[in-house]
Design a protein around this ligand. Structure first.
Ligand code: SF4
Length: 189
């Protein structure tokens, strides 16, 4: 046990020593930061979402709660809703989507500039929810690509924030080659 502990301590000290001896950044005396351009751009993107809230039903109340000061999406750099798709990069589909609304949703998605992301907010957007009938779209991923699904009827604000964090993680790991995704087909509506 004692031998194991001393070995662990020795390894740890070695690691700390290696860290302290520094890499190229330390050689350059902290005057530069070395990273990949892709990582730097992704870092900026994940903290500067511009939301387009596509709000159709009762989940809208929960969206208002998320956007208000109590839950404060500003902490995640996602504070400013945009009501023009051309100025937005995060489409939040909040509520039930009927087949009549489907072409409008696809048009809004297609008008957004790439890169863009989609968050399905609530079980209606995720899967049609309990509206298992002819008039409701059974999940918006049958129309447009979805990056994060937030279930719940309605989802608690904490779940939406968790979805936002997951989206940030996804954006952080994205490659530039993932874009452009291209237009969603209108004919599927
Ligand atoms: S998930 Fe529930 S709260 Fe949200 S739009 Fe559907 S029925 Fe309304």
């Amino acid at each position: 046990m004692g031998l194991k502990l001393s070995r662990w301590r020795a390894t740890r000290e070695l690691r700390v020593g290696q860290r302290d001896s520094g890499g190229p950044e330390r050689l350059l005396d902290g005057s530069v930061v070395l990273t990949r351009l892709e990582a730097a751009v992704n870092w900026a993107r994940k903290y500067s979402f511009f939301l387009y809230p596509f709000v159709t039903a009762c989940c809208g109340m929960e969206f208002m709660s998320v956007a208000g000061p109590r839950y404060d999406v500003d902490r995640f750099g996602a504070a400013l809703p945009r009501f023009s798709p051309r100025q937005a990069d995060l489409l939040m589909v909040v509520g039930t989507i009927s087949h009549k609304q489907a072409p409008i949703l696809v048009k809004v998605y297609n008008q957004m500039a790439e890169p863009k992301w989609v968050l399905a907010f609530g079980v209606c957007a995720v899967s049609g929810g309990f509206y298992d009938n002819y008039s409701v779209v059974q999940g918006i991923d049958t129309l447009i690509p979805v990056d994060v699904y937030v279930p719940g009827c309605p989802p608690r604000p904490e779940m939406v924030l968790d979805g936002l964090l997951q989206l940030q993680q996804k954006v952080k790991e994205e490659r530039w080659s993932d874009w452009p995704r291209g237009q969603a087909p209108v004919s599927r509506c």
